[in-house]
Design a protein around this ligand. Structure first.
Ligand SMILES: Nc1nc2c(ncn2[C@@H]2O[C@H](COP(=O)(O)OP(=O)(O)O)[C@@H](O)[C@H]2O)c(=O)[nH]1
Ligand SMILES: [Mg+2]
Length: 358
């Protein structure tokens, strides 16, 4: 799962990146560049996994990881930075999901007005234009091919019809995520990595004065897109750089009862229509991510291809049942451990033991 931070310059992307990656990259030495984005692998916080780890006490816990990308800001209207802007958009295209970082803090170090809704419209506008550009180029190419008696002419005709609908939507300033109706059409969008089709979570970056209750500041801006997470990126970045034993004291001083940035990765996971299932064993407990609708055999393949090839059945208990029963033996006695076949649709929070032949 690859997630990229998108925003205007000085909106707080790098602070957010530092808060989430706990300073894995020293961005004062290596600022994010379009030809060299900063990348960090960040664990998705997961209370259920923490509970399983406490419960089974194996040597290791393995969370789901996200590859987080920090990039330069988008600079529409700056013709001197057009090449960099195009390169940033290309990186965003390759991400599975985007975070819009919107500035809602006032600072003498950052020029210009504070207007997150206008900034968000600027980002949307950039993505619409960029997608339209790709769609128009593809249309032109297909129109050239379709004149020839090619064997896959029918498929091209369908694609052209779909791309024409895409063009109409984009010209009316509508994002592409509503246009694709069939799996084939979604496949086409996926191929050109449309920006306006990607799952988005918005981060409203508020000033220090609102750090402890950031959502209060969000109330000043009606109509910001959901899901939305409000936080003070500079302060949360600062906290993440502190030694663990100093964090609580500092947070108390600042009136923070929690790190709001921790909500971001789970929100991105949900926005991508993905679920989490768990495996437990002597060596580790692991959280694993699957697209909604995936089956038991897909889940087995995620653990090991051998498990999918030799799949016999899955033994499933939900996290909530296990937790309330206290242990698997009791959950079994309560009738909450089920045997499921290969076509069982995995549910968020399932704990699965696979039976398979070698
Ligand atoms: N007061 C305040 N300043 C912030 C906040 N987030 C970022 N900044 C400041 O804004 C400037 C730009 O932040 P940075 O994360 O580098 O923005 P980027 O260009 O989007 O990566 C820096 O001087 C930060 O210290 C915030 O929440 N509050
Ligand atoms: Mg930056």
């Amino acid at each position: 799962m690859k997630v990229a931070l998108a925003g205007l310059p000085l909106s707080g992307k790098t602070c957010l990146f530092d808060a989430l990656s706990e300073g894995a990259v020293d961005s004062t030495v290596h600022p994010a560049r379009a030809d060299h984005p900063n990348v960090a692998s960040v664990a998705v916080p997961d209370r259920r996994l923490d509970w399983l780890y406490e419960h089974y006490k194996p040597p290791k816990q393995v969370p789901v990881h996200v590859e987080l990308l920090d990039l330069p800001g988008l600079t529409p209207g700056r013709s001197d930075l057009a090449t960099q802007n195009t390169a940033v958009l290309e990186h965003l295209r390759r991400a599975d999901a985007l975070v819009y970082v919107l500035r809602a803090f006032d600072s003498p170090r950052v020029p210009g007005r504070v207007d997150p809704r206008a900034d968000r419209d600027v980002l949307d506008g950039e993505f619409l234009i960029s997608d339209l550009d790709v769609v128009l180029r593809r249309i032109e190419k297909i129109e050239g091919q379709i004149a020839k008696p090619l064997p896959h002419r029918e498929a091209l005709k369908h694609e052209l019809e779909f791309l024409t609908r895409c063009r109409v939507a984009l010209e009316a300033e509508k994002p592409l995520h509503d246009v694709a109706q069939t799996d084939a059409e979604r496949g086409i969008l996926h191929n050109f990595a449309a920006l306006t089709e990607k799952p988005v979570v918005t981060v409203l970056n508020v000033g220090e004065g609102h750090a402890s209750r950031p959502l209060e500041a969000a109330k000043a801006y009606e109509g910001l897109p959901q899901p939305l997470i409000a936080l003070c990126a500079s302060l949360e970045a600062e906290i993440s750089q502190l030694p663990a034993d100093e964090r609580a004291v500092f947070m108390e001083e600042m009136g923070l009862d929690r790190i709001h940035a921790l909500d971001l990765l789970p929100a991105l996971h949900r926005a991508q229509h993905r679920i989490t299932f768990y495996t437990t064993g002597d060596k580790e407990v692991a959280a694993r991510s699957l697209p909604q609708g995936a089956t038991a055999v897909d889940a087995a393949a995620d653990v090991h291809t051998d498990m999918a090839h030799g799949f016999i059945r899955a033994e499933v208990v939900t996290f909530d049942h296990l937790k309330s029963a206290g242990n698997v033996k009791q959950a079994r006695a309560d009738g909450h451990v089920r045997l499921e076949g290969r076509d069982y649709v995995v549910q968020d929070g399932d704990i699965i033991l696979f039976h398979f032949s070698r």
